[in-house]
Design a protein around this ligand. Structure first.
Ligand SMILES: NC(=O)c1ccc[n+]([C@@H]2O[C@H](COP(=O)([O-])OP(=O)(O)OC[C@H]3O[C@@H](n4cnc5c(N)ncnc54)[C@H](OP(=O)(O)O)[C@@H]3O)[C@@H](O)[C@H]2O)c1
Length: 354
């Protein structure tokens, strides 16, 4: 590997996830943001004037005067792009980049259902990048598209992977309490969410019931087999700014006689070797809290620089085998930080040349 940084572009850099990319990529050891894009609303403006900055750190000085470009490979001209495009736009724009030989690491849901597009969590399924070979062959692309999961699937899938490895997972009943930043900016109206809970997020339950089966499934001969796990999912929007909480009840294939082994399996879970030491790797992957009232989004989302999944209230269940709570940062581990970690893995595996 050379020491030269890889030039990258951020597509849809002005929104909630785009801003996280800009924040997290500042000073990244491998990637250097040289281009950013926006919608026709902001194209041609300086980045510092094109967005309502919503993060508590300042806009990086080096980004302030960059011109917002159209989302085309001709305008962006980098070998790797991070995409925070809305799904409908991603469906059209991301293949143009892949066709032009660009590696696309996206947050959008547009291609998650495609059997040859990995939904990637480096600490869970780094081997799923083998699907890229089949994707390139099928599409005739030199580049490729890799997605990260929906922000609610993220934390719960990481916890389920630790349980799957140790005991096997048969069925999961889960309810989410999702932060308002998950709906982007300006997102949910304050009149709808303040002092309230909205028990519906369009399309979310279907995604959260299906994506973990793909990530926890097997890839053999560049083809994917979904994990045979049953999911029953409820999703809710709650008046929390950042951090998705999921409460889960889990039926295991082989529950341990000693219940203490469940918390130990979660706490001791390690990312596969290839993903363990990458710059954005969560340290630790899972933090198990033993306080009776944790994890909580306000207190725990920045664990491991926002990349660690916090788990708590690990206890037996009278119908299935166990109950637990996960908290994960939706715009860091569940979005921009996750995509950056994916790109680091793709560099490590040689899919992106350095
Ligand atoms: N928020 C989360 O926690 C989260 C987590 C995981 C995944 N995601 C996914 O990430 C994506 C972005 O979500 P978000 O929360 O950042 O949404 P957002 O705050 O509403 O931002 C949307 C962004 O899309 C840009 N855009 C719209 N049309 C465009 C076009 N034709 N070309 C280029 N840019 C265009 C907007 O640019 P202008 O400002 O220039 O109009 C804006 O930057 C979505 O696919 C979402 O599902 C979000």
């Amino acid at each position: 590997m050379s020491n030269k940084k890889i030039p990258v572009a951020v597509l849809a850099a002005t929104g909630a996830v785009g801003q996280r990319f800009i924040q997290l990529l500042e000073g990244h050891p491998w990637f250097d943001v040289i281009a950013l894009t926006g919608s026709p609303r902001t194209i041609g403006k300086k980045y510092g004037e094109a967005n309502s900055w919503i993060l508590p750190t300042d806009i990086p000085e080096s980004m302030r005067d960059l011109e917002v470009l159209p989302s085309t490979p001709e305008a962006a001209q980098t070998p790797l792009v991070f995409s925070a495009l809305p799904s409908d736009e991603a469906k059209i724009i991301e293949p143009l980049f892949a066709k032009a030989g660009v590696a696309v690491c996206t947050n959008a849901g547009a291609f998650r259902q495609d059997p040859h597009t990995p939904i990637l969590l480096p600490e869970v399924n780094p081997g799923h990048t083998a699907l890229i070979h089949a994707q390139r062959e099928k599409q005739g692309w030199e580049g490729f598209i890799v997605t990260n999961p929906n922000c609610t699937s993220t934390g719960m899938t990481i916890a389920l992977k630790a349980l799957q490895n140790a005991f096997g997972v048969k069925r999961v009943f889960a309810t989410s309490m999702q932060a308002i930043s998950g709906a982007g900016y300006p997102g949910v109206s304050s009149l709808d969410i303040l002092g309230n809970i909205v028990p519906y997020i369009g399309g979310e339950e279907e995604k959260v019931a299906w994506e973990p089966r793909k990530m926890l499934g097997k890839v053999e001969n560049n083809e994917l087999e979904l994990a045979e796990i049953g999911f029953s999912i409820h999703t809710n929007r709650v008046p929390v700014i950042d951090g998705h909480t999921v409460v889960l009840t889990v039926e295991l294939n082989a529950p341990p006689a000693d219940f203490g082994l469940v918390a130990a399996a979660l706490a001791e879970y390690q990312a596969p070797e290839v993903s363990r030491s990458l710059p954005s790797a969560p340290q630790p992957v899972i933090r198990v809290r033993d306080e009776a009232n944790r994890p909580q989004p306000r207190l725990d989302i920045m664990e491991g620089k926002g990349m660690t999944t916090s788990v708590g209230r690990v206890r037996p269940d009278g119908i299935f085998n166990l109950r637990l709570v996960t908290v994960s940062h939706n715009t860091i581990r569940g979005a921009a930080g996750g995509s950056i970690y994916n790109a680091e893995l793709l560099v490590e595996q040689g899919f992106i040349k350095r």
